[in-house]
Write a protein that binds this ligand. Structure first.
Ligand code: S3P
Length: 215
């Protein structure tokens, strides 16, 4: 666990959930290796919370007017990393709207500067064994410049694991349906879905965490 979530059950901290409010957690960042489910979990979590979903790779592609594989081909990995950090910085400083679930690309959280940019924000590492991620990566049809063969894939994952594990929350995803993964994230970050609010369930408002006020 990296960031201190400051979770407390003090009744003083209980506040009503207000969708679209600038109070409390306004964004959650999903991190993890290729094919770890960042986009599918992110979309489902956003749907459940009635938040918006942002895919950082899609932001990069629209800012650069090139696909990720094209950026790798023309500028190499260093050029892609520059574009990635620039898109992340822009997202955090210029264009982050309240209540966003953001899926990062598999290498984004590995870069120290990016982790520093995200220090104030709740991050969730979606963990699964490399062999399973390799199998999933063969099925999802996404072209990934950094995926070569199972050994290289597993080696890269092993190198990155210590960085992913610095996320605020780690969720093991193997064999779990999307809904259970989302329930775990909601529980760990004390996020309330509109259904929770309707049922009168009280959860904790993390007013001091993830509002970006110190960004
Ligand atoms: C990368 C993962 C990709 C994409 C780029 C680099 C990586 O995103 O950002 O190809 O370094 O692992 P996904 O994790 O969504 O595949």
């Amino acid at each position: 666990m990296g960031a201190d979530l400051g979770l407390t059950t003090s009744p003083d901290n209980i506040a009503p959930y207000v969708p679209g409010s600038a109070m409390g957690v306004r964004a959650v960042f999903l991190v993890g290796f290729m094919a770890s489910g960042k986009s599918s979990v992110g979309q489902e979590l956003a749907r459940r919370l009635d938040w918006d979903f942002v895919d950082l790779d899609a932001r990069i592609e629209s800012r650069e007017r090139q696909t990720v594989p094209e950026i790798f081909r023309d500028r190499g990995e260093p050029g892609f990393r520059l574009a990635e950090t620039s898109a992340l910085r822009d997202l955090l400083t210029e264009s982050l709207q309240p209540n966003r679930v953001v899926a990062l690309g598999g290498g984004a959280f590995v870069q120290e500067g990016n982790r520093e940019l995200l220090r104030q924000w709740p991050s969730v590492f979606l963990e699964a064994p490399a062999s399973e991620l390799w199998q999933r990566s063969l099925l999802d049809g996404v072209e990934r410049p950094l995926r070569e063969d199972p050994d290289q894939f597993a080696q890269l994952y092993a190198e990155r694991l210590p960085f992913y594990r610095q996320a605020s929350v780690v969720v093991e995803t193997t064999g779990k349906p999307l809904a259970s993964i989302c329930v775990e994230i909601e529980g760990a970050l004390q996020l309330r879905t509109p259904e929770d609010a309707g049922s009168g369930l009280s959860r904790i408002d993390l007013t001091s965490f993830g509002t970006g006020e110190s960004q």
